[in-house]
Design a binder for this molecule. Structure first.
Ligand SMILES: Nc1nc2c(ncn2[C@@H]2O[C@H](COP(=O)(O)OP(=O)(O)OP(=O)(O)O)[C@@H](O)[C@H]2O)c(=O)[nH]1
Ligand SMILES: [Mg+2]
Length: 696
């Protein structure tokens, strides 16, 4: 029923890494009585960070969902990773919520990654609550953190709570509007007593209250008028308008507490119940119809046609694939068929599962706002829309950040290539930023992702889930060879001792072409000095030889060949002989026409804070980069530059450490350029050594 949907709260917990999202989430589900003990990240007892890769790092890698009941209201939380390496996981799973709880750290404040995920919440139009966590930590400072939050996110972030004490003496929180204090005992049981607000906090409380009233008054003209006239609003008026204020982001409440010692969590849950949107408040979700490609809306009504989006996929070699979906409209029941509107296929499933961290339990139905899992869908992947076949809709997919860090993978044991490929393909089902490509030139398998931790975690999963072990190394660069001059050379292949001989003889003129022109061949033979039927053989000989250039074994590009002269033998000449002659002429010609090496140059776009500009430019210079332009965007600078690929193979981790995580970049292949002389010699020398090794 629609009234039931009004009680649903589905929200993501977001922030930079380590602010305590998982700990707060654990305290929420424990506080709601869903778990019998308080799960702790540090003691590997979290039911949300349960994958071995997460336990090892004491950090979230994969978003977890937990459905529970808070004061008879259905709550579902999504615990997201805070680390940049898993940003796509965070973003896709955030799409499953209607609102967010943003954590700030009472000691460390707000870090860059929190700003990033805050932007995601804006993109999804999700109302927010800020929770200042770790109030129990040494040097915890509420006022300073509020200031930091307001500096970054604006003055509409206003405390609705004040902590009772800080660090060791942190005892609980004061609800400013109610004038009540939640006073906790000395343990992490979450037990508290409600008392009157201590006298000494009343002036601070008044101060904050005024800020609350000011912001709340802005939600409607009537209220604003009354406030401006009388200078105050009644508690009922404030309460009634608070919800609207939060929903419209006129006011972003700041609450506080500690996930680890479990204080301030129940008031936070109450605040979510009071101020955060239900799917009804969020309203209809927009998508497009399959026919005619027009806009369509799905209202959060259990009786509307079913629609949902897949926010997560878990691949398991034994259990198969588990798809996690957020339902926007309609009702889903077990043993059903749904329509994958992106792939235009029907998908069947058996059980309908409610997710409780690492566990799932079968349920009989689910509706708007619910996040559920179904197993063994055949073609469905993350971001697909599953809906009713009769009334299909496709919800827009979100933008996934491009992979920016690549490594070459090779099997530890020979012959495992196929297995690596298939296992990685499975992992790519659950991870949208992971890419696998084969580079035909360097003959390497290239695994790309967001950074070192991302790729490392993938490799660990590969071993754990599929039993495949791999080595990782920096990828080889695909150099190319070309010429800068021209030459006229002869290629002559002659073998005329005993039996039938071989005879092919050609003269070619080889000449440089502009970049990107590839290879061109012109037949300029006159007077039949080479018979017609052998001319294509000369070209073929060159085409086969140009994949392994004479300089360092790289493909030769951007040159033309005129076949100008030659001779033949009536008996000994053959196609094969002219092919060999062609390749001989080609190799000789390249070496005589000022051969040189080309390297791939990347087009980069780097976004950095103002104060890091100098360092970034200096660093680009040392990488042989060429800055093409700079642009100011807010307090950030966008630098566009061309840089040789060989210099930026590790740019992702390097930029992070240069900017303390505040820099971002994208890059794509731009063009080939000549490698400077001294570097060429090194590359040629290395190639020579490699070849000698291979020949041994
Ligand atoms: N003192 C104190 N420590 C906390 C609190 N909450 C979390 N921590 C500690 O901070 C560390 C990180 O906590 P997590 O809950 O894993 O943080 P997270 O935000 O989920 O981190 P990621 O998943 O990596 O983004 C752990 O060592 C926690 O024990 C808190 O309220 N007080
Ligand atoms: Mg976590």
């Amino acid at each position: 029923m629609k009234e039931d949907v009004a009680r649903v709260r589905t929200f993501a917990i977001i922030s930079h890494g380590g602010a305590g999202k998982t700990s707060v989430a654990e305290a929420m589900i424990f506080g709601a009585g869903a778990t019998t003990r308080l799960g702790k990240v540090d003691e590997s007892s979290s039911v949300l960070d349960f994958e071995p890769e997460e336990i090892k790092r004491k950090a979230t890698i994969s978003s977890s969902v937990y459905s529970f009941t808070w004061k008879k209201q259905p709550f579902t939380l999504i615990d997201t990773p805070g680390d940049f390496n898993f940003i796509a996981e965070t973003k896709t799973s955030m799409q499953g919520g209607d609102s967010v709880v943003v954590l700030a750290d009472a000691v460390d404040g707000v870090r860059v990654q929190t700003e990033k995920v805050w932007e995601f919440a804006n993109e999804f139009k999700q109302p927010k609550i800020v929770f200042i966590n770790k109030m129990d930590r040494e040097r915890a400072d509420f006022a300073k953190t509020v200031q930091a939050v307001q500096n970054v996110f604006g003055n509409n972030c206003v405390p609705l709570q004040i902590p009772l004490g800080a660090a060791e003496s942190f005892k609980g929180v004061v609800d400013i509007l109610a004038g009540k204090a939640y006073v906790y005992g000395g343990d992490d049981s979450g037990k508290f007593e409600i008392k009157d607000m201590p006298e000494d906090l009343s002036s601070l409380a008044d101060q904050y209250k005024e800020a609350i009233v000011e912001h709340v008054a802005e939600t409607n003209d009537e209220l604003l008028e009354k406030y401006l006239e009388t200078g105050e609003l009644s508690p009922e008026e404030i309460k009634a308008a608070l919800r609207d204020a939060v929903m419209s982001a006129k006011l972003i409440p700041i609450a506080c507490g500690s996930g680890m010692v479990n204080r301030g969590i129940q008031p936070l849950l109450d605040l979510i119940a009071e101020c955060m949107p239900s799917p009804l408040d969020r309203g209809g979700v927009e998508g497009r119809t399959l026919k005619g490609d027009s806009q369509a809306l799905r209202e959060p009504d259990p009786d509307a046609p079913f629609s949902s989006i897949v926010i997560k996929t878990v691949s398991d070699p034994y259990a198969g694939r588990l798809s996690v979906l957020r339902i926007f409209s309609g009702t889903l029941t077990p043993d059903s068929t749904v329509f994958n509107a992106n792939k235009a296929v029907k998908e069947r499933f058996g059980q309908l599962l409610r997710i409780k961290g690492k566990n799932q339990e079968p349920i009989e139905s689910a509706g708007p706002g619910d996040i559920v899992a179904v197993a063994k869908l055949k073609e469905t992947v993350t971001q697909d829309t599953l809906c009713s076949e009769k009334e299909p809709i496709v919800f827009p997919a979100i933008e996934i950040p491009p992979a920016i860090y690549s490594l070459a993978v090779e099997p530890k044991s020979k012959g495992d290539e196929e297995k690596i490929f298939s296992s990685l393909s499975r992992l790519m089902e659950e991870d949208l930023t992971l890419k696998l490509q084969r580079n035909d030139e360097t003959r390497e398998m290239i695994l790309s992702g967001m950074g070192e931790i991302h790729i490392e975690a993938v490799v660990e999963k590969l071993r754990r889930k599929f039993g495949v072990e791999v080595n990782l190394k920096l990828p080889k660069v695909s150099y190319k060879e070309t010429i800068k001059g021209k030459a006229r050379v002869q290629g002559k292949y002659k073998k005329q001792s005993g039996g039938r001989g071989q005879y092919g003889d050609c003269w070619i003129e080889i000449e440089a072409l502009p970049r990107g022109e590839g290879f061109q061949f012109y037949d300029k033979i006159v007077g039949g000095v080479i018979p017609r039927q052998y001319i294509p053989a000369v070209e073929k000989g060159i085409v086969e030889a140009l994949n392994e250039g004479p300089l360092a074994g790289h493909p030769v590009v951007d040159f033309k060949v005129d076949l100008v002269d030659g001779s033949f033998h009536t008996v000994d000449s053959s196609e094969m002989a002219f092919k060999i002659a062609g390749s001989m002429a080609f190799k000789k010609g390249v070496m005589e026409a000022k051969p040189t090496l080309l390297e791939p140059v990347m087009e980069m776009e780097i976004t950095v804070p103002d104060d890091a500009m100098g360092d970034i430019i200096g660093d680009l210079n040392s990488r042989r980069g060429r800055v093409l332009g700079m642009e100011t965007k807010g307090n950030k600078q966008i630098v566009k530059a061309n840089t040789p690929l060989s210099e930026v193979l590790k740019y992702a981790p390097d930029l992070r450490s240069m900017t303390a995580g505040r820099g971002m970049f994208t890059m794509k292949f731009s063009h080939y350029e000549e490698v400077p002389g001294p570097l060429q010699e090194k590359i040629i020398e290395l190639a020579k050594k490699d070849r000698e090794k291979e020949e041994k």
